[in-house]
Ligand binder design. Structure first.
Ligand code: LLP
Length: 418
């Protein structure tokens, strides 16, 4: 099967479209489990915890499936913590690293979740809410790397984590609240350069050395995947082996056997998900052919936001040859462009694709991460799309129904005098 058609056969796509309509997210259980296995085999010298960065795809069925594989959770808000608990995760398996510490943090900590303080202010609030407890510190290691500037979260221009030169201040503040610092956390970006990730991972051990009670180092997520033909993904074995060796050296020097934590989102789910859509129109100008889908930024925002590249398969009912084609979404927004240039969300980048007609099916691949979770949902009042899970037994199960108009309007109210 080519990259253009991630895992769905044309027959499966047709059956899903018939049963659930389009647009529809489709996740592949086999791929989700295989990716989880690949991460559970991450080289680790003294124990490993794999946390799913649930922001990538927080649907309950996906959470359940990864829970069953033995994964833990990286939550990025109090809401995600509550959502993971509702999906069946034990609080002890949930770690919170957030830009906005929730107002009910004392209650969440009392449930038994773990937390990484991501700023000195947060550390003070955690100390006030739960003095004496164990806490992690998220540091900005001074260097970052992401697939784009918008996905780089390390270095001087990033607001994520405690600046690495302020470890003494962090230690003093923790001591003032009798907090025990038992974990160090770094995460430098998404779609990171594996070499930078590896270098930062090794240098993060220097931060651990400054905190004698630390028993675990969390190296975040960011493991790049190959969505498009010719792209190169991160091999966990390749980036992990030198890090394992660094943990072993650290143990020999300091007599401390650190547990490794990682928290991938993209790696686990990106290529296990696709958006199944239909062609609704084909329009031409003097220079371009545009194929319009019944999907777009309402289901997949990454091209508009990052100039992200996703494979698009078009399945014509009959062979009519191929042509340079610009694929666009259904929103009244020229930025609703699926085939943009890499890193340039405004630049049209035609692809050589089969000639299609309204009614033909289309599949956007690499859409398991940050698509259902991060879209312009309800823009133009299009309803939230359904999600289905393609089981290892070949069965298709609905895991989220399509939103109805009533659900979309449920929380609105109109003052009596209007
Ligand atoms: N850990 C922390 C603390 C994070 O902030 C993130 C992602 C992850 C782990 C997971 O990173 P991943 O393995 O998925 O790269 N929305 C973007 C990426 C930004 C994600 C922000 N944090 C995207 O569509 O690629």
């Amino acid at each position: 099967m080519s990259r253009e058609t991630p895992f769905l056969t044309q027959a499966q796509a047709g059956a899903i479209a018939q049963a659930h309509g389009t647009p529809c997210y489709v996740y592949d259980q086999g791929r989700l489990e295989a990716q989880a296995d690949a991460m559970l085999a991450f080289p680790a010298a003294f124990g490993l915890t794999v946390r799913f960065a649930m922001k990538a795809c927080p649907s309950a069925a996906v959470l359940r499936l990864l829970h069953r594989k033995g994964l833990h959770i990286d939550a990025s808000s109090g809401w995600e913590v509550r959502r993971a608990i509702r999906a069946g995760f034990e609080p002890a398996r949930i770690s919170l690293s957030t830009q906005e510490l929730p107002a009910d943090i004392a209650e969440l900590l009392a449930l038994g979740i773990e937390v990484n303080a991501c700023s000195l202010h947060q550390l003070g609030r955690i100390g006030a809410a739960a003095p004496g407890r164990a806490v992690g510190l998220r540091f900005n290691p001074g260097r970052g790397s992401g697939g784009t500037g918008k996905t780089n979260v390390g270095g001087s221009d990033s607001s994520f984590g405690i600046w690495h030169e302020w470890s003494a201040e962090a230690a003093a503040l923790a001591a003032r609240h009798r907090l025990r610092v038992t974990r160090i956390h770094t995460h430098i970006g998404s779609g990171s350069d594996p070499a930078v990730w590896q270098a930062v991972s090794e240098s993060s051990l220097a931060l651990v050395a400054r905190f004698p009670e630390v028993v675990a180092l969390n190296l975040g997520g960011g493991y790049k995947v190959a969505r498009m033909e010719g792209e190169k993904g991160t091999d966990p074995q390749v980036v992990g082996l030198p890090v394992r060796a660094a943990f072993e050296r650290f143990a020999a020097e300091h007599g401390r056997r650190l547990r490794l934590e990682i928290e991938p989102g993209t790696f686990l789910v990106a290529n296990a998900g696709a958006v199944l859509a239909r062609v609704v129109d084909v329009v031409r100008t003097d220079t371009r052919t545009f194929v319009k889908l019944d999907s777009g930024m309402t289901e997949i925002l990454r091209p508009s936001l990052y100039g992200a590249q996703h494979p698009v398969a078009l399945w014509p009912a009959a062979d009519r040859g191929r042509a340079p084609t610009v694929v666009v979404g259904h929103c009244c927004e020229s930025g609703d462009l699926v085939t943009c240039a890499p890193g340039e969300s405004e630049t049209l980048a035609p692809r050589d694709l089969p000639v299609v007609a309204p009614g033909d099916l289309a599949v956007i691949g690499g859409a398991g991460a940050y698509c259902a979770a991060m879209s312009a949902k309800n823009y133009n009042s299009f309803p939230e799309a359904p999600e289905v899970l393609l089981g290892v037994d070949g069965q298709v199960r609905l895991i989220r129904r399509r939103q109805t108009l009533d659900q979309m309007l449920a929380n609105e109210s109109v003052p009596g005098d209007l």
